[in-house]
Design a protein around this ligand. Structure first.
Ligand code: SF4
Ligand code: SF4
Ligand code: SF4
Length: 337
């Protein structure tokens, strides 16, 4: 039987906060470190991105998260004409950060004269931020209400709003700073990319990949995406290559020279591995992605605490704090250098 969010919170309060005795599934602190059997994800290749933000617009449309300006409340059509908002004469603010209304965002890195694409010095690069769908997600491991889940088949990390108690431990634990809280809502939810899992039943996939015109964002099985990323890295820069569009196994291709990639594949080992992975011509560190995070599954930290305490809230809080402290320790050390 479905449980309403209000009812769930009442149950929690009535039980003195002890979810353990309420019979409601709790934080899944001990999680698999292996890819689920049908794991799907996204490969974002910054060297193919043209910064058009089609992925952002269509993410909003397909996930019913209007606002954040690319798409404004009251709009009835995509925001391609007249600025998208009646009467605004083509002027609107593009979202600057991930938020409760913006589940993925394309930003730009610039240096010096910013002349050359995918170049660190006197160059520029686009980059895309969203949930990376960790193989072993810290957000799921610390959620005391079982609101964050990982699909055991396809591995997408999703959120059950009716279970959320608003503790926001997920925000504390995520090493990539992804989950956002709807501060401007009377009944706020945590929001993040859920890999468009609601579209799979219709044979559709991630909207950001479907509407990306260049193949910078492609969807597919994680094993295929990893192989594709490794293959691109193995090619000599300048080699002509047929990059697939929309999905990794697509027959539609875009032929262009392979760029010079700066690093390896981001997401192969970070935080124990992620289902969304990235390639870039500028180092991920310069793009603002943390390289100094642990390269093992973070929930193992949570589990070390949770298994020892009966009071699960205390265990989850301690575990979440342990993850936060561990993952941010190196930042502090570096800032003191
Ligand atoms: S990136 Fe953050 S929010 Fe996304 S699955 Fe990993 S821990 Fe959870
Ligand atoms: S997978 Fe779906 S929800 Fe996630 S960023 Fe892409 S369009 Fe948005
Ligand atoms: S990822 Fe694709 S849709 Fe998004 S900004 Fe880049 S080129 Fe455009």
């Amino acid at each position: 039987m479905a449980i309403s969010r209000r009812g769930f919170l009442k149950g929690v309060a009535g039980g003195g906060g002890l979810l353990l005795v309420s019979g409601i599934p709790l934080a899944d602190a001990r999680m698999s470190t292996q890819l689920p059997p049908h794991a799907v994800g996204i490969l974002y290749d910054a060297t193919l991105c043209i910064g058009c933000k089609s992925c952002m617009v269509n993410c909003k449309e397909q996930n019913s998260v209007p606002g954040g300006a690319l798409y404004k409340k009251g709009m009835t059509a995509p925001p391609y004409e007249n600025g998208g908002v009646p009467g605004n004469n083509g002027i609107w603010d593009a979202p600057q950060e991930l938020s409760g209304k913006t589940l993925n965002i394309v930003k730009v890195y610039k240096n010096g004269t910013a002349e050359k694409k995918d170049t660190a010095v006197n160059g520029y690069s686009y980059f895309k931020q969203q949930c990376l769908h960790c193989v072993s997600p810290a957000c799921v491991s610390v959620c005391p209400a079982g609101a964050f889940r990982k699909d055991p088949e396809n591995g997408s990390v999703y959120y059950l709003a009716e279970r959320c108690i608003g503790c926001r431990y997920c925000q504390l634990a995520c090493p990539f700073g992804v989950p956002r809280y709807e501060w401007d809502s009377a009944w706020p939810e945590v929001r993040k990319c859920q890999l468009c899992r609601h579209r799979y039943a219709e044979g559709k996939y991630a909207a950001c990949a479907e509407f990306c015109p260049t193949g910078a964002t492609i969807f597919g099985k994680v094993v295929d995406l990893r192989n594709e990323a490794r293959y691109r890295l193995s090619l000599k820069p300048g080699t002509e290559y047929d990059f697939p569009i929309q999905t990794v196994d697509s027959t539609e291709k875009s032929r262009r020279p392979v760029a010079r990639y700066a690093d390896g594949v981001y997401g192969l080992t970070e935080a124990g591995g992620t289902q969304n992975i990235m390639l870039s011509g500028v180092s991920f560190e310069l793009l603002g992605f943390r390289k100094n995070i642990p390269h093992f599954d973070l929930p193992s930290l949570t589990w070390a605490y949770v298994r020892k305490v009966l009071w699960v809230f205390a265990g989850v809080f301690t575990g979440g704090t342990a993850i936060y402290t561990f993952t941010h320790r190196k930042d502090k050390e570096e800032s003191h250098d």
